[in-house]
Design a protein. Structure first.
Length: 187
């Protein structure tokens, strides 16, 4: 095989692999019945999601809008409104007060990883680590990722478990995985 033939074959293989990756991540899942656009950033898509109104309000209260609108890349495990509803109203209201901004920021950043990681990569890391993979977050928490059948689960340092209910919502600055529980820092 000549270099030219090899280079042509390698280019064709790279283009095929690139197209397969694009196709696998091009059609974003709907979130709460709303279309999520890969060319929008995490904040722009979250604002469009009717099941993330509490998360959006919390991100605003914590002053994280600019950060999560930034270049990234980020992976965000995004709790739904139903996940926030599991927190007592009094506790949630207290967290949204300016005096609790540091605590709210810590909680929210325990849902953010400083890299773009799709579910297939998470599944691979779980398998490579014998069934459980530690996920260090920007908030200083370590979540434990495991598989429950075909679903990825995350367990926080308090033993609270969340399930990824919608995976691989591609963003211009990362990826969102919707989860059904709020993760908390070690108490």
């Amino acid at each position: 095989m000549t270099f030219k033939t090899f280079a042509t074959a390698a280019t064709a293989l790279a283009l095929t692999a690139g197209a397969a990756f694009s196709e696998s991540h091009a059609a974003n899942p709907m979130v709460g019945g709303a279309e999520m656009l890969a060319e929008k950033n995490i904040i722009e898509n979250a604002v469009n999601s009717p099941i993330h109104t509490t998360l959006v309000a919390a991100v605003q209260a914590a002053g994280l809008v600019e950060t999560l609108s930034g270049e990234g890349p980020f992976t965000v495990f995004a709790p739904t409104d139903d996940a926030f509803d599991m927190i007592e109203d009094e506790s949630l209201n207290a967290l949204m007060q300016p005096s609790a901004k540091d605590q709210l920021t810590e909680i929210l950043t325990c849902h953010v990883v400083g890299a773009e990681v799709f579910s297939d990569a998470i599944g691979g890391m779980i398998a490579d680590d014998g069934g459980a993979h530690p996920v260090p977050t920007l908030g200083g928490c370590t979540l434990m990722a495991e598989m429950d059948g075909d679903n990825i689960t995350l367990t926080d340092e308090n033993g609270r478990m969340a399930t990824v209910t919608i995976a691989d919502v591609d963003q211009s600055n990362g990826v969102i995985h919707v989860i059904d529980r709020v993760m908390l820092p070690k108490q």
